[in-house]
Design a protein around this ligand. Structure first.
Ligand code: COA
Length: 260
């Protein structure tokens, strides 16, 4: 894996841990960091050593405190749309990753940070985590998919409230509204992510990839999700892992999936 300036990457037991590493700026996502994220995720699909991903933030205060406001201040009418589309593209790459991606939210997840967490497949937060889309306080709106993904995750009414007030919610409330899957102590944050991944990775990897594709299709207006599901079901039934899964069940033993 390439060496990055704003990211730390560590591959252990098939889990790629990505740490956004700009702690002095509360891990704010500048363009360089976004491009590094793009590069990592572009390489993950074909990297058979990577089975799953955890994204977290460096330091004790923030997951990611937003897109870099200094860079935003330099955007103009002409460059704004590209700025937004670029972030959307990178986050789509994360959302459509065929391997499970968990956000380990270890503090502030604001603006682009909340949007990054929402682009991941699952979110585990520590008790210090704070979530919010405060863009309207800067005279802008969420531009990295936040208006869409927050609405999908928490529903229209709560999404509108959070985006119009710009207020933060604490981790427990984020869990209550469906923004977060689990809340843990900081000490247990990584262990909880790993525990979830252990359960997921015990299942057939190609089936996991198809689940992600089908769920994403449910939110893509250009897709017929039921058709996608039927196609995906067919794809699964062509795999060796399907044979192994049903054979193991009938032979009353644990399956050994190979991702083939
Ligand atoms: N972009 C760029 N820099 C950021 C940033 C962002 N989104 N969020 C924090 N920083 C920088 C601060 O400018 C500061 O840098 P400095 O030390 O060079 O002055 C450093 O990170 C520490 O932040 P600070 O504001 O001093 O920490 P705090 O504990 O007082 O406040 C927050 C924490 C998260 C409440 C506050 O940083 C904040 O509101 N950040 C912006 C959140 C936001 O609006 N995000 C959406 C952007 S679209």
């Amino acid at each position: 894996m390439a060496a990055y300036i704003n990211l730390l990457t560590e591959l252990q037991d098939g889990i790629l841990k990505i740490t956004i590493n700009r702690a002095d700026k509360l891990n704010a996502l500048n363009t360089a960091t976004l491009e590094e994220l793009r590069d990592v995720f572009a390489g993950i699909i074909d990297n058979t050593d990577v089975k799953a991903v955890i994204i977290t933030g460096a330091g004790e205060k923030a997951f990611v405190a937003g897109a870099d406001i200094k860079e935003i201040s330099e955007v103009n009418e002409l460059t704004a749309r590209k700025f937004s589309e670029n972030g959307q593209e990178v986050f789509k790459l994360i959302e459509t990753c065929t391997k499970p991606v968990i956000a380990a939210v270890n503090g502030f997840a604001l603006g682009g940070g909340c949007e990054l967490a929402m682009a991941c497949h699952l979110r585990v937060a520590n008790y210090n985590a704070r979530f919010g889309l405060p863009e309207v306080s800067l005279g802008i709106i969420p531009g990295y998919g936040g208006t869409q993904r927050l609405t999908q995750l928490v529903g229209k009414g709560k999404a509108i409230e959070l985006m119009m007030t710009g207020e933060m919610v604490v981790a427990e409330e984020a869990k209550n509204i469906g923004l977060v899957n689990y809340v843990t102590t900081n000490e247990d944050l990584m262990a909880k992510c790993e525990e979830l991944l252990e359960k997921i990775l015990a299942n057939a990897p190609l089936a996991i990839a198809q689940v992600l594709e089908c769920v994403n299709a449910a939110y893509d207006p250009s897709e017929n999700g039921f058709q996608t599901e039927a196609n995906s079901f067919g794809i699964c039934c062509k795999t060796d892992d399907f044979r192994e899964g049903v054979t193991a069940f009938l032979e009353k033993r644990q399956p050994e999936f190979k991702g083939e």
